[in-house]
Design a protein around this ligand. Structure first.
Ligand code: ATP
Length: 308
């Protein structure tokens, strides 16, 4: 598989503090690559180095097979798009003029109409950024990043602070870009975003790579066991609960008004709970299956949640 980014032993020091401590990253053509980690893990530092905004202390970076020494060369800049966490626009320029300005920085660009069509913002072509909603401004930022028809798009927490509808529309757009063969380097603090969009994820913590794999494999390897939550009416006496524990060979945890059992085998455990409830004439209410998620992977690998 063709590598779009290859990073080896990347390090970055701020004074005496080493924020990035020798990380390796491989990003393959056409994938959505997630770069995740708790606050302060070194994501932005790494991303800014890859985007050419910061200089590394040491390490090698190859983009499109070309080693980057010093500044990112213009030929590579032509092939990159960057969506920052927040973008400031010149408020006296209309949407159309902003896109024309950015298009003028590149040798090759797509039409303003096409860029706005991709982010579903055509009707705002003559609007001023200050009159756009948060979600629309972020879509404009994406249109700016796409104006040079880049092969590789960096997206630094593109949906932070957006409402669910705007977030969904950006997710659909990322999926569309991927299906058009683009490579996307994404950082996010949203677990569902990473789980839905990313083909592979590298998790970093304290400036080091902790693990790299697909979301599915990460969950399988580090997500831990599944859980079943349930309530019973009437509340069974302690000896009946102990009987169920013996049956399940596991501890039943009392949580507020419901019970929780941790299990490797959801089906078999549920069958046993149902049999027990029938035998003891109790009704099961509010039965929930809780499958492990990337959030659990995070907690297990880093001891912290995605967001502090
Ligand atoms: P977040 O999820 O909070 O955005 P992050 O993973 O992007 O965090 P970075 O912003 O890369 O983390 O920061 C990594 C570490 O480097 C942190 O401890 C941070 O305080 C430190 N750091 C970042 N920028 C500088 C700087 N310019 N000078 C000194 N230390 C810095």
């Amino acid at each position: 598989m063709e590598k779009v980014i290859e990073v080896r032993d990347l390090r970055k020091k701020y004074g005496n503090f080493e924020a990035v401590k020798g990380i390796d990253i491989d990003v393959f053509k056409g994938e959505v690559f997630g770069f995740l980690g708790p606050n302060g893990a070194g994501k932005t530092t790494t991303l800014e180095i890859l985007e050419g905004l910061r200089k590394p202390t040491s390490g090698t970076i190859k983009m499109f097979g070309e080693e980057i020494k010093g500044d990112v060369i213009p030929e590579i800049k032509e092939r990159i798009g960057v969506v920052l966490q927040q973008t400031s626009f010149l408020d006296h320029l209309k949407v159309k003029e902003i896109l024309e300005l950015f298009a003028s920085f590149f040798k090759k660009s797509i039409s303003i109409e096409k860029a706005l069509e991709m982010v579903e913002l055509k009707e705002k072509v003559n609007a001023y950024p200050e009159n756009l909603s948060g979600g629309q401004r972020q879509r404009l930022a994406i249109a700016v990043a796409l104006i040079n028809d880049p092969d590789l798009i960096f997206m630094d927490e593109p949906t932070t602070g957006l409402d669910p509808q705007s977030r969904e529309s950006i997710w659909v757009l990322v999926e569309k870009l991927k299906s058009n063969g683009k490579t996307i380097f994404l950082t996010t603090h949203y677990m569902e975003e990473a789980q839905r969009l990313c083909d592979r994820i590298t998790i970093i913590d304290h400036g080091k790579v902790v693990e790299t794999d697909s979301p599915e494999h990460l969950i399988l390897k580090y997500g831990g066991e599944s859980k079943i939550d349930f309530s019973c009416t009437p509340t069974p006496p302690t000896e009946k609960v102990e009987e169920l524990e013996r049956e399940l060979q596991g501890k039943i945890h009392k949580l507020d008004d419901h019970c929780r059992i941790v299990t490797k085998d959801l089906t078999q455990t549920l069958e046993k709970i149902v049999l027990w409830s029938k035998k003891n004439n109790v009704s099961l209410t509010d039965v929930f299956f809780i499958e492990p998620t990337l959030e659990d992977v995070f907690l297990n690998l880093t001891g912290r949640e995605l967001r502090d």
